[in-house]
Unconditional design. Sequence first.
Length: 222
Amino acid sequence: MDMTPTTVGAYLRDLPPDRRVAMARVCSMIRRSARGVRESMRYGLAFYELDGPLFALESGRRHMSLYVAEQEVIVRHKDALPGINAQRSFIKFSDLTRLPLDVVEKIVRDSVAARRSRVTAGTVPTQADALKLWAINEEKAAPPPGYQVISTKPPPSVEGEGEAAGKPAAEPPPKKPAAKPAATKAAAVKPSARPAPTKKHAAKAAANKAAKPAPAKAAKKR
C-alpha cells in the first residue's frame, strides 16, 4: 500500500509539531496572498502554481525553504532577509519559531504581480525551468515509494526451474496402480467338458455306421 502523501494536508500531518505549525502558517499565507493559486504535492514539495510553477515549499529537519520562480523579485529583496539565496531563488528559514511573515508576504505579492506581467508577455517559465533554477533534481527530490505488502509465499515453480536455480526439482507424487479391468462375460463362462465335434469326426462316424450289417429280422412264428 502506497503511504506517500498526495496532498499538502496529508504531508503536514506527518510532520513533527514545530515544523507542522511553521509550514502551515506559510502555506496559509500563500493561499491568502496569491489568489487563484493551485496547491499540490510534487517531488516531496508543496507546489503552488499560477499560470505555471510559482512557489515550492520544502520542510527540512531543522529548517524550511521557500522557492520562488520569479527570480527578479528575490534579487530585489535579497537584503531584506538573511536567508535569501538570489542565485537559486529561494529563502531559507533556520528559526521556525520566528518567521518574518510580513517580508515573505511582500515577496509573495510581488511575485504574483510579476507573474501577471510574464503571462501577458508570454514568457512564463515551465516546471523544468523552475526546477533548474532551484537546482532540484527530479529523481533526487522525488519522495521514496510507499510501503508495499510483500507475500512471503514462494511463486509457483515451473518445471526445470529448480535445476536452473541450483536446487533439485521436487519429485512427482507416486502414481496409483491402474485398476484391473472387469472380467468379460466370455471369460466368466466355463468351457465345455467335451469339445464340439468337427466335420472330420462326423464323417468318420457316418462311415462306421454304414459299415455295420443290419440285424436280421426275427423269423415269423408259425
